[in-house]
Design a protein around this ligand. Structure first.
Ligand SMILES: Cc1cc2nc3c(=O)[nH]c(=O)nc-3n(C[C@H](O)[C@H](O)[C@H](O)COP(=O)(O)OP(=O)(O)OC[C@H]3O[C@@H](n4cnc5c(N)ncnc54)[C@H](O)[C@@H]3O)c2cc1C
Length: 362
């Protein structure tokens, strides 16, 4: 598959077009059974496709948007949805006609999901939701979001549609990094959600967040690895062409060693993502591997983005040059889907030490 003819980057309507272009290439159908409209192929196939997208689009924001849709709603729906929810929603989600994401973070609660305040109250025919979600990928373009809210003090998951009375999906560009992904807030004011849009069991939200984030952490770097490959190719070419003191830049060991380290980081990230795919394809757990992958790959992406700028000198900092934007993208990658510190907590907890990861999830 080729992603070389993506529509241009621009406003949120361009973001929708780029998203739909990828959907038309069937990017959302990998690792999904054919009974659900998928390709019936493996996670190995999924990561190959995402790598291609990363290498050809060199667009971290697009990768973030694609991943928010995939792990934020498609996979939770396949795992926890009932037959009619799947029948009603999966065709549109897989085709990209419906755009989605998930809304967990709130102004006072990021890493600590115990502190989430969005509240759901049960009525005879559904639920009334009140709350405020922040930093939500795809919110400005999403038709629906999986919103996590506390019902009787336990988290549950609700499919909230853009047109629901009392729901507002705003557009805010609050962060530097991944700027081509649209981001916004979700305001819920006495928003009525019919019973049929509760996803999974009442009180099952905590487990669903864990499952969604495990997958996102494991596989979001499949696409970003493609960008790291592009960075490597750029610095290799630059080091061959650029001359200092009569020799090409790469002749300096200080530069060639940086490039060697970039190669090592890239290949290590690829190995980690492959390991997660191998485990998923073998129906094995990925709790530890996905935290390790996310931690290693986001730190690697940051170091390689810094090295790319350094190798290119001031040329790497020229405004409107994509090269330096990856530094911010990489900083964002150390935070989204759970920060590097939280991944260390998870790894330590799974080794039977450190602070229990069940209390710090995102
Ligand atoms: C580009 C981008 C896209 C995002 N998309 C989404 C989305 O689609 N949906 C969504 O719900 N959220 C999204 N987020 C929000 C993101 O998940 C949170 O920013 C993240 O979980 C961290 O929360 P926080 O920013 O509130 O930081 P805090 O939780 O306030 O943490 C601040 C700092 O303290 C550290 N820290 C916190 N607790 C601990 C601890 N127990 N041990 C050690 N260190 C700790 C953190 O690592 C961090 O360095 C996105 C964020 C970004 C940047």
């Amino acid at each position: 598959m080729t992603y070389k003819h993506l529509p241009p980057i621009g406003d949120k309507f361009c973001a929708i077009q780029r998203f739909r272009y990828c959907a038309q290439k069937n990017i959302f159908r990998h690792a999904i059974q054919s009974i659900f409209g998928g390709h019936n192929d493996s996670f190995q196939c999924l990561i190959k496709e995402h790598y291609l997208l990363g290498e050809q689009s060199i667009d971290t924001g697009l990768i973030l948007s694609i991943n928010a849709h995939l792990w934020g709603l498609i996979f939770p729906l396949i795992s926890y949805g009932n037959a009619s929810q799947k029948k009603y929603l999966l065709p549109g989600l897989l085709a990209g006609d419906i755009i989605a994401g998930h809304a967990i973070t709130e102004p006072q609660a990021g890493s600590d999901i115990k502190a989430l305040c969005t509240e759901a109250i049960a009525t005879e025919t559904g639920f009334i939701l009140n709350g405020h979600k922040r930093f939500i990928t795809n919110a400005p373009i999403a038709d629906m979001l999986l919103v996590y809210a506390k019902l009787n003090n336990n988290l549950s998951a609700f499919i909230v549609e853009r047109n629901d009375l009392g729901a507002t999906f705003t557009e805010t560009s609050e962060v530097n990094g991944c700027s081509t992904a649209t981001m916004g807030e979700v305001i819920l004011q006495d928003c009525f959600i019919p019973s049929c849009r509760l996803l999974g069991k009442v009180g099952g939200g905590n487990m669903m967040i864990q499952g969604a984030l495990e997958l996102e952490r494991a596989f979001i770097f499949a696409g970003i690895n493609g960008i790291m490959k592009w960075q490597l190719d750029e610095v290799i070419n630059y080091s061959r062409e650029r001359k200092t003191n009569g020799v090409h830049l790469g002749h300096n060991q200080a530069i060639s060693h940086k490039i060697a380290e970039m190669k090592l980081r890239l290949d290590s990230c690829i190995l980690w993502v492959n390991e997660c795919a191998r485990l998923k394809d073998a129906n094995k757990r990925i709790s530890l591997a996905s935290a390790q992958t996310k931690l290693f790959a986001s730190e690697a992406f940051l170091q390689s983005s810094l090295d790319t700028v350094q190798i290119m000198g001031s040329n790497g900092l020229i405004k409107n040059n994509i090269i330096s934007t990856f530094v911010y993208d990489a900083l964002a990658s150390r935070l989204f889907s759970g920060s590097s510190e939280i991944q260390k907590n998870i790894i330590a907890a799974l080794l039977g030490t450190g602070d229990g990861f069940k209390s710090h999830n995102y």
